[in-house]
Design a protein around this ligand. Structure first.
Ligand code: NAI
Ligand code: NA
Length: 395
């Protein structure tokens, strides 16, 4: 079929298998020339199909020849209806990995459930014996608690006061003010239940008790801080409470891994266009200005550049360079004083009229469409493609 982008609000309902494949192959190519010294060997990636999780899987596989198991929640294709992008990404990754003689298998389902955890555990036992790294990179709007069956929904709201600031609709380029009403107490608890650290801890507890974590095992989850501009709605809002919980969980995990000298870390990553971040108000305007400034300074990074630096200059390097709160920081370039000062200046000037000039709206849009395999260089979108692509290592 001929597949075109079909957008609704901040999501795209279609994905292009060839475009997704090209994105994955480009990331593999990038990592091949940047091997990780003493890198991981057997890696489980939760949230492995898109964004930072996919980049982590690629960096593990192609930076240190690691065997990878990927867990994700993606929609398979049906005749005439393309799959979700993470499906095509995983198909492309596993096809290439197998060609290159790398172990790569995957499990598609709800990572929050007992069932998917048990399935993953069995696969580890059967094929790998033990893992030495677990990457936790889930981004989900909902979580059904595996014990109580309660379905929690996360929200992106400020706490206490109404938040008012500018945002951009990146499809139309219109910059306008928006207001977001403060959350209820329940919203905070629900958001922490979805995006906090409880599920990460549950994974670790299960794998530890089943003795499938090797000596010196490491696990890392991803967090975000960001600028003062977005603080009220992000870091000091409901999602920030969840990130506080996630960060606190890293220390608890380290405690629970004492017997094997294991470590739990949080890495604070840079703001990037992913399916998760395009839904957050104000962030798209911030990102389009940030991209402009970081590209001018020649320090712009995508997911793969971020994770390569995380592995090669932090996790598997001599010095983790932890901040005062014990976190790894690869948002260091985004948060540089000179970069933030420039973004703040531009923010004051940003209007519908000025943004195409002072911001990188084009870069934002390109990245957004790239997430779904569209606007990718070297792909002929007029050509018929087979939407029925299989993931070769899918269990
Ligand atoms: P993403 O939307 O690209 O990836 C989410 C992944 O989670 C996908 O693989 C998806 O299949 C999987 N997933 C979602 N629900 C699932 C479920 N119930 N069961 C199994 N798999 C499920 O998101 P992104 O942006 O890569 O986010 C990953 C982490 O990085 C999140 O914790 C996010 O807060 C964090 N982060 C994101 C930043 C950004 O700017 N995008 C910046 C810093 C941190
Ligand atoms: Na991810």
């Amino acid at each position: 079929m001929i597949i075109e982008p079909k957008t609704r609000g901040f999501i795209c309902l279609t994905a292009h298998p060839k475009g997704c494949e090209k994105n994955v192959l480009n990331q593999i190519e990038y990592i091949k020339s940047k091997p990780t010294k003493n890198g991981p060997k057997n890696v489980l990636v939760i949230g492995a199909s898109t964004g930072f999780g996919l980049a982590s899987r690629i960096t593990s596989a192609y930076g240190s020849k690691a065997a990878t198991i990927g867990v994700f929640f993606e929609k398979p294709p049906t005749e005439g209806r393309p799959a979700s992008p993470g499906w095509y990404n995983s198909a492309a990754f596993e096809t290439q990995a197998h060609k290159d003689g790398l172990y790569a298998k995957s499990i598609n389902g709800d990572a929050f459930s007992h069932e998917i955890k048990a399935q993953t555990l069995n696969l580890i036992k059967k094929d790998l014996g033990k893992i030495d790294m677990l990457i936790y990179s889930l981004a989900s709007p909902v979580r059904t608690h595996p014990d109580s069956g309660t379905r929690f929904k996360s929200v992106l709201k400020p706490i206490g006061d109404t938040f008012t600031n500018n945002t951009v609709d990146f499809h139309t380029g219109v910059v306008k003010e928006i207001s977001i009403e403060p959350c209820s107490d329940e919203d905070i608890d629900n958001t922490v239940a979805v995006m906090g650290g409880e599920d990460w801890q549950m994974w670790i507890d299960l794998l530890m008790s089943e003795n499938v974590l090797s000596e010196d095992f490491k696990t890392v989850a991803y967090s975000y801080i960001g600028p003062s501009l977005t603080e009220a709605v992000y870091r000091k809002g409901t999602i920030g409470r969840a990130k506080d919980h996630l960060e606190a969980t890293a220390f608890k995990i380290t405690d629970s891994l004492k017997a094997i000298n294991g470590k739990g870390y949080v890495s604070v990553n840079k703001a990037l266009v992913t399916q998760a971040s395009s839904a957050i108000p104000v962030i798209p305007l911030y990102i389009s200005l940030l991209y402009k400034v970081m590209k001018e300074e020649d320090i712009h990074e995508g997911c793969i550049e971020q994770i390569e630096r995380l592995f090669n200059e932090r996790l598997y390097a001599e010095d983790l360079q932890l901040d005062e709160a014990g976190r790894i920081r690869v948002d260091d370039w985004e948060m540089r004083d000179d970069i933030q000062a420039k973004v703040l200046e531009l923010w004051k000037e940003a209007t519908t009229e000025t943004l195409p000039e002072i911001g990188d709206l084009e870069g934002y849009k390109t990245d957004f469409f790239n997430l779904f395999g569209f606007n990718v260089d070297g792909i002929d979108y007029d050509k018929d493609v087979d939407e029925m692509v299989a993931i070769p290592g899918l269990q």
